[in-house]
Design a protein around this ligand. Structure first.
Ligand code: FAD
Length: 468
């Protein structure tokens, strides 16, 4: 069959991985086609992930800040929430970014083909549009960037609209009186914060023995304390075992060491992880290997086992984060364009945009100890930070993990407001092989939360013993 579209490189999927790869490839002179099943570019992150969730978290943060303003003598009335306006705000934020991407694609002459793509041979992808129309794209090289989707727990009544995944929850159809969040990871807790801010009574159940498994236990503690203060109930070591739709609400039975009694909830959000889409793109037709779980294995240049086909983003492995996808995207595009590059990930920062935020980069203290690395820790409590005191947010701390032999920084964890912004400096420090003395000697602006980074290094070096 004759190709409808021929190109140097095709990118399958337009999330942060896909659009970055397509733009970089085009900038490097490759004739580029971008295939996306939805009308808007941007993938999960822009449409139903990072961006809308942060727009809604901003609203929750303002509501919370207004409630706490009475601490310094300012009182506001009870918040009046207009859901239509909040939804419109979120959509405006998303629309601005996705439209921007369309413009950037045009500017670079990246041809966008709308429809669901699947390999039909090692050099062809067939794209099926919503109206059934088919386009055969013939390519020299390809980058698979088809991302991931929410894991749907089996046995849950998914045809009931009151059972939601994160995409449904972000639609904000209503604020339920009682919301159950299944899964106490980053996405579950961010959405719990949004819905609590908007007035829902929120219960979270988590199978592990701490919320946000993966983060150090001490980092999680200030968040757990604040969730409690905000009225979010958390049950650890608990599994939502059975869900029974009723006329009014959903009856949920729990199992596990700390399982509460069965309860009735108006809505349930299931946020138990994401499944890679590697198994859904006809990879076998191109000879591309896919694991049983749907991940596509790649080498240090993001090449799959088929050398002219690359894969990036959520579908190549954890952590499933947008900034990992964009980084891999640039690498794949550059290698496809003939540049000699490779990448070994030492530092991929993780951030939970909860209140307080939790951020970490490099090795966590738990990982370091489990691996038997000889490490030491420098910890600076924000109760000793003038800025944190002024903000009324002293529950945070900054913790740095150093190699005992060289005093090089290996990892960092921060809990507190703006932890996500503060972690960037430490990602750079780890990448550059900075030592505790380098960080301590770097002048940080006063009074900022960033001083806690230098102070934590000084604590480690022993140059401050009392905190002032
Ligand atoms: P995706 O963004 O999943 O994009 C894949 C694209 O491919 C989609 O547009 C999809 O429609 C398209 N596609 C798939 N199959 C086909 C096909 N066969 N044909 C055509 N098109 C196809 N990450 C962060 O770093 N920070 C955050 O704050 C953050 N918040 C999040 C909040 C939520 C609620 C969720 C769900 C995720 C969040 N993430 C966050 C994760 C982040 O969204 C992902 O890591 C990121 O989107 C992955 O990018 P990607 O390019 O690999 O794939």
């Amino acid at each position: 069959r004759k190709a409808d579209v021929e190109c140097g490189i095709v990118v399958l999927g337009s999330g942060p991985g896909g659009y970055t790869a397509a733009f970089r490839a085009a900038d490097l002179g490759l004739d580029t086609v971008l295939v996306e099943r939805y009308e808007t570019l941007g993938g999960v992150c822009l449409n139903v992930g990072c961006i809308p969730s942060k727009a809604l978290l901003h609203a929750a943060e303002v509501i919370d800040a207004a409630a706490h303003a009475k601490d310094f003598g300012v009182s506001f009335g009870a918040p009046k929430i207009e859901l239509d306006a909040l939804r419109a705000y979120k959509e405006k934020v998303v629309g601005q970014l996705t439209k921007g991407l369309s413009g950037m694609a045009k500017q670079r002459k990246v041809r966008v083909v709308t429809g669901t793509g699947a390999f039909v041979s090692p050099h062809e992808i067939e794209v099926t549009a919503a109206d059934g129309g088919r386009t055969l794209v013939k390519f020299e090289q390809a980058i698979i960037a088809a991302g991931s989707q929410a894991l749907k727990l089996p046995g849950f009544p998914w045809d009931d609209p009151r059972v939601m995944d994160s995409t449904d929850a972000l639609e904000l159809a209503e604020v339920p009186a009682k919301l159950l969040v299944v899964g106490g990871g980053i996405i579950g807790l961010e959405m719990a914060t949004v819905y609590r801010g908007l007035g829902a009574e929120v219960t979270v159940v988590e199978m592990a023995d701490q919320i946000m498994p993966g983060a150090d236990r001490d980092l999680v503690k200030p968040l757990a304390d604040r969730l409690k203060k905000q009225g979010i109930t958390v049950h650890l070591e608990t599994r939502a075992a059975r869900v029974e739709p009723q006329k009014k609400g959903l009856k949920v039975e729990f199992e596990g060491a700390n399982a509460p009694e069965a309860g009735v909830y108006d809505r349930i959000l299931v946020a138990v992880g994401r499944a890679p889409n590697g198994g859904k793109v006809g990879a076998g037709e191109a000879g591309v290997e896919v694991t049983e779980r749907g991940f596509v294995p790649v080498d240090r240049q993001m090449r799959t086992n088929v050398p002219h086909i690359f894969a990036i983003g959520d579908l190549v492995g954890n952590p499933m984060l947008a900034h990992k996808a964009t980084h891999e995207a640039r690498l794949a595009a550059e290698v496809a364009a003939g540049e000699k590059r490779e990448w070994v990930a030492r530092v991929i920062p993780s951030v939970a945009y909860t209140d307080p935020e939790i951020a970490w980069a490099g090795v966590t203290e738990t990982e370091a100890r489990a691996k038997g690395l000889k490490v030491g820790v420098g910890k600076f409590p924000w109760a000793a930070s003038g800025r944190a005191i002024g903000l009324g947010r002293t529950e945070g701390f900054t913790k740095l993990v150093f190699d005992e032999a060289t005093h090089r920084i290996l990892g960092a964890g921060i809990v507190g407001v703006h932890a996500g912004d503060l972690i960037a400096e430490l990602a750079l420090a780890i990448e550059m092989g900075a030592e505790a003395g380098d960080i301590a000697a770097t002048i940080h602006p006063h009074p900022t939360l960033s001083e806690s980074v230098a102070m934590a290094s000084e604590v480690y070096e022993g140059t401050i013993t009392d905190l002032y």
